[in-house]
Design a protein around this ligand. Structure first.
Ligand code: TEU
Ligand code: CA
Length: 520
């Protein structure tokens, strides 16, 4: 689409590398494994892959604890494997987005080993050391401060104590991390998803956070306080603009920010004059109630808050949140697919969503995720949404010839081979919806208007010169009657109404979605 940057008309596909395809039988997915599945991704029709961290790591938080920002962990393969994967993606016209974890390193990173060795080490100020802690908590439970016996001082860690936070007020830290970005950009990597972007700067007076009046028992302990002094600090926007400037040293790269903040604060991460993140991740649909009223509200609020020139984005799931099909059920998951793939902006899928994968129950002895281990029974565990991709009906569904690091559960039945050629499968629906975006550019760049919720049916139009496309989503669990202007069905969630000419009052099945090209 000549007037849009690649990332603007893209459908991005998040790969959790441990769970996509194993190639050496150790039960853990790897780069060679992803390489063997590129043609599947081409057939699905996505434009770019975002790969969660693959850097050397003790795996305390499964890669989000990085011990070397310019390497590949042997579990995932070699730098040669990486270079080949990047080349093969590009040869197929696909882009690669890497995960960048700037807020914290692994405690095994040489920088931290140096920093903790002595109070006078040149890298002491690369991390946040203090004689006394304050009340800032860890996202994974307990205090965010760890007393280090070697030098008898505390260091801050927003997540695990194995993930000490970097001091981004230190110019040497910035320089070293920006060089790490250039290392991958020089290789041709097309962009970065930046981990916990809104947490990178802390209050330089380390003031205590105030109590959270809305805290309820049973919530993770870090919700007891409002994250005022250790999140979303004013200085963050200059830092994001600097990071963006590094990417802008290279042509055509995208900066995506992981940011869990309310809409109005989220929008500030586009930056002054759009010089911040290209895409502050929009997690509204991950958290909103699944009914037409709530979704219509979220869409209007988000679209309404977009600064001039800002490009929207939408996502339904990721490796930290329950899977959409588990949240709303199999039939509504098809409606959610049609919603996601007809909204304006850059869209992101989470691996397995196209198969209708659900969260897999994890027995206590199978738990891998530190969030669950640290605060068991609070539903914080993320293993259920990180289980292996089922490819066929062979043992371990073709994911591995060994023992998978997490169980496949019931997902094994709805594997790629079983449903890829099934005319009405959810995978066929995803491929059809992604294809429609190529056939009808109005679905990519058309204006969004007339967002209405009625009888739990969500409707909206995508309009562009000479074209009006209507989307009707029945979020009810029972049939409804709707009235519409005459048009032709381009797609239906049950893939059985294409080409039908509809007008006036029609009956929609329970959990049915329709896309129509309206007669003008
Ligand atoms: O997640 C940040 C984040 O806020 C989530 O951890 C969320 O709070 C948590 O999952 C509660 O549900 C990013 C990564 O996506 C996550 O996988 C890492 O564990 C975390 O940062 C630390 O790097
Ligand atoms: Ca492997």
């Amino acid at each position: 689409m000549q007037d849009l940057a690649w990332w603007q008309h893209s459908v991005v596909y998040e790969i959790y590398p441990r769970s996509f395809q194993d190639s050496n039988g150790d039960g853990i997915g790897d780069l060679k494994g992803i390489l063997t599945r590129l043609d599947y991704l081409v057939r699905l029709g996505i434009d770019a892959v975002w790969i969660s961290p693959i850097y050397p790591s003790p795996m305390a938080d499964f890669g989000y604890d990085v011990a070397d920002y310019c390497g590949i962990d042997p579990i995932f393969g070699t730098m040669e494997d990486f270079d080949l994967l990047l080349a093969e993606l590009h040869r197929r016209g696909l882009r690669m987005i890497l995960d960048f974890v700037p807020n914290h390193t692994s405690d095994q990173h040489p920088w931290f080993l140096e920093s903790r060795s002595s109070r006078h080490n040149p890298k002491r100020d690369w991390y946040l050391w203090r004689d006394e802690s304050n009340n800032w908590p860890s996202h994974f439970g307990g205090s965010g401060w760890e007393l280090d016996a070697t030098t008898n001082q505390y260091y801050y860690h927003a997540f695990l104590k194995q993930q000490p936070d970097l001091n981004w007020r230190n110019p040497d830290v910035k320089a070293a991390m920006f060089d790490a970005l250039r290392f991958w950009l020089r290789k041709g990597v097309d962009g970065f998803r930046v981990d916990v972007m809104w947490l990178m700067i802390k209050d330089d007076q380390f003031r205590d956070n105030p109590p959270n009046p809305g805290y309820q028992l049973g919530q993770p302990s870090h919700h007891r306080l409002l994250p005022i002094y250790n999140a979303d600090r004013p200085e963050i926007h200059d830092l994001v603009a600097e990071m963006r400037a590094v990417l802008d040293e290279f042509p055509d790269r995208v900066l995506i920010g992981e940011i869990y903040l309310p809409i109005e604060k989220l929008m500030t991460y586009y930056g002054r004059d759009m010089r911040g993140a290209h895409l502050p991740f929009n997690f509204q649909l991950l958290q909103c109630a699944w009914n037409a009223e709530s979704v219509a509200q979220v869409i209007s609020d988000y679209q309404g808050a977009l600064p001039a020139g800002a490009w929207p984005n939408w996502v339904l799931g990721n490796h930290d949140k329950p899977r959409i099909a588990s949240r709303i059920g199999a039939s509504q998951a098809r409606v959610a697919a049609m919603l996601l793939l007809t909204l304006p902006g850059t869209l992101t899928l989470y691996y397995g969503e196209e198969l209708g994968m659900t969260d897999v129950p994890i027995a206590p002895e199978q738990v891998q995720d530190p969030a669950e281990k640290n605060e068991p029974g609070l539903g914080q565990g993320r293993d259920p949404e990180r289980t292996p991709m089922p490819w066929d009906d062979s043992p371990s569904a073709g994911f591995t010839s060994g023992t998978p690091w997490l169980p496949l559960g019931d997902n094994a039945a709805s594997n790629v081979a079983a449903i890829e050629h099934a005319p009405r499968s959810i995978l066929t629906l995803y491929r059809r919806l992604i294809d429609l975006r190529r056939i009808h550019p109005t679905l990519v760049r058309g204006k969004l208007q007339s967002v209405i919720a009625e009888n739990d049916v969500l409707r909206y139009e995508r309009v562009e010169l000479g074209t009006r496309i209507l989307v009707l989503l029945n979020m009810n669990r029972k049939p409804v009657r709707v009235t519409l202007h005459s048009g032709t069905v381009l797609a239906s969630t049950s893939l059985d109404r294409e080409g039908q000419k509809l007008s006036g009052t029609i009956d929609m099945e329970a959990a049915e979605g329709l896309i129509l090209s309206l007669d003008l």
